[in-house]
Ligand binder design. Sequence first.
Ligand code: ATP
Length: 385
Amino acid sequence: MTNNIIEFKHVSKVFEDTGTVVLKDINFELEEGKFYTLLGASGSGKSTILNLIAGFLDATTGDIILDGQRINDVPTNKRDVHTVFQSYALFPDKNVFDNVAFPLKIRKVSKEETEERVMEALKMVRLTGFENRRIQKLSGGQRQRVAIARAIVNQPRVVLLDEPLSALDLKLRTEMQYELRALQQRLGITFIFVTHDQEEALAMSDWIFVMNEGEIVQSGTPVDIYDEPINHFVATFIGESNIVHGRMIDDYLVEFNGKKFEAVDGGMKKNEPVEVVIRPEDLQLTLPDEGKFNVRVTTQVFRGVHYEILADDELNNEWMIHSTRKAIVGETIGLDFEPEDIHIMRFNETEEEFDARIEEYVEEDELEEGIAIGLEEEEENEQNA
Ligand SMILES: Nc1ncnc2c1ncn2[C@@H]1O[C@H](COP(=O)(O)OP(=O)(O)OP(=O)(O)O)[C@@H](O)[C@H]1O
């Protein structure tokens, strides 16, 4: 038995009327109790995945599995999932209590139990005391909480959230991010959250699926995806990146801007053309000629926590630097970085190819390290003898 709550096996979705292929061969396994995020631009197919899980749409091919059972033919109301829509879909003229109680009413739960469960759900979303308030008289953030209380009142195995925070202003949105994350952890229910906002995805998720044009381009923990984007699309979609073309000289040695630099990524071919990523926060300002190469500052903007500096190198590549130190437009400065700050990507590598390459070269590394440790031990033994 696995503890996967949801599995997609070769799921595709084609809208017959228009012939649009919206999802292409989607495969994933979701563990119970985690916070998952589907992240992608508008039209990438995120909502379609939620609609397939909820049963609002039928898959064209493939199996959708909930708690070990294939649910492709199970009607929506028999699936142990609840969706929170972007619009919240609340009854505006009903009060908070009745809105939250609605799923229990459909399931004919007794009055006493309904009362108990609604009050508990309202407590969870910090709306105790609002039972009799009409939806029309609530703020955006409060409406959001009612929708979430209604989603959890039935204690479903999975809660699906389709851009639930997009209608809120920035401050409230950030607050709700913390709240939702904390609530999910307290409840231990699997959340599948849809957003096009990469910061939101990084802040909230245990695991992110990055989507583009109906495919999962990369999946992983927020840290993995930020530090090790597998291709140009992910590197630019998540966070800000400096990306330049380079060439692999050897394992752990890359050339760009006409110079050779040590790097920690490996497993590429000698002389292979690659893309080199350095995040703006990993670049340090130095005096001219004291860094790895020189650049000339063209723009500087104060962003509160840091200055955002744009500067051109000798080959006219533009570099973005996030620095707490100020620079002067027009001045020449040096840029410094560590080998581990360089991330190297192959052109057009898929997630499977990336995973296979990493596995192979990590194994080779371990083997080499193992041999090195073995040699050291031998030496020690000889000395002790
Ligand atoms: N009923 C439909 N018939 C035809 N095409 C559709 C239908 N519903 C959605 N699509 C198309 O499917 C694609 C994916 O839509 P989906 O809503 O899953 O994307 P999304 O990533 O959630 O984007 P958004 O954030 O805009 O909702 C879009 O190109 C959309 O136009």
